[in-house]
Design a protein around this ligand. Sequence first.
Ligand SMILES: [Zn+2]
Ligand SMILES: [Zn+2]
Length: 355
Amino acid sequence: MSVLPAAMNAALLSEHGRLDVSSIPVPEPGPGEVLCRVLACGICGTDLKIVRGDFAGVWPPSLPFVIGHEWSGEVAALGPDTARSGLSVGDRVVAENHAGCSACPMCRSGRYNLCERVGEPGFKLYGHTAPGALAEFAVRPAVALHRVPRSVDDAAAALVNQGALTVHAARRVGLTAGATVAVYGPGLLGLLMLQVARASGAAAAVVVGRGERLRTAAELGATHLVDYEVDDPAAGVRAVTGGRGVDVVFDCSGNPAVLAQAVRSVRRGGKVAILGLAGGARAEVAVDAFALDELDLLGVRSSPNAYPAMISLLAAGAIRTDLLTADRYALADVGVAFEALAQRTAIRPIILPSK
Ligand SMILES: [Zn+2]
Ligand SMILES: [Zn+2]
């Protein structure tokens, strides 16, 4: 076993709006915890907002702070009381960002994404309230880790976090073979939702967006495209289904105005799933449609029990990642990577901290 260094490079949020690559101590794994070498870490819209200070005082609670929550790595050292984890040094892994308290009613029913103790001291949401993975090393509880086979490369594995969210969404709506779906917002989340929906049996998948990302959606299995800069989105979606509307709408846009369009896009008795956050914004919707058309509105948070399924989909080659992970950066270029995300020139900038 190689000797671990005492210090590591990390992208440190020292003041809002500013990330500096600094040398900080390598964290030590406590009881039940594992030290991982970070191999790939994606940065997402939430990271942009955290850096900007949109959630200051909460995500993170204080500065300086290491962000990063969409990553893959390998086990570098096992802390005490990890013998039953089944993990060994060198295993390639991905991490869930919280493990839940395992004691509250939600955790005990398997819905640990809704742990009722999130507000209590000691609750850790890694990359948000506890140190993230935009660094050479990161510590996580062994129970939050999942092994990844060699056939899934480091950058693809860094997509498991977002992909598992879309697996959870497909389960929430009870997606069935032959379904018609619409995906609003072809960012990384939407492009994974599209592919997971197709892999789950969706026969028709309409993607609503604009620009280059619609062409990417077509390459990744969209059967129809609606450019909202050209057409009314809901009318475009309905036209594809002979005016009837789709069975399910997945809102991956994070734009509050989309909810009203989603309600107009879905068939009677259909389902609308909301993935992601709109930054506290409010939406105006036709309330009567929910009663008169018996619509189901489903929130989707995190990815309980969904990591193994997403890893399996990637290992099986059911999800294409090459177009989603093409933009890769060294840790020293983290500022350039953030700019690429902000300017929409990269779908998902991937940092390779150990390169
Ligand atoms: Zn994210
Ligand atoms: Zn709990």
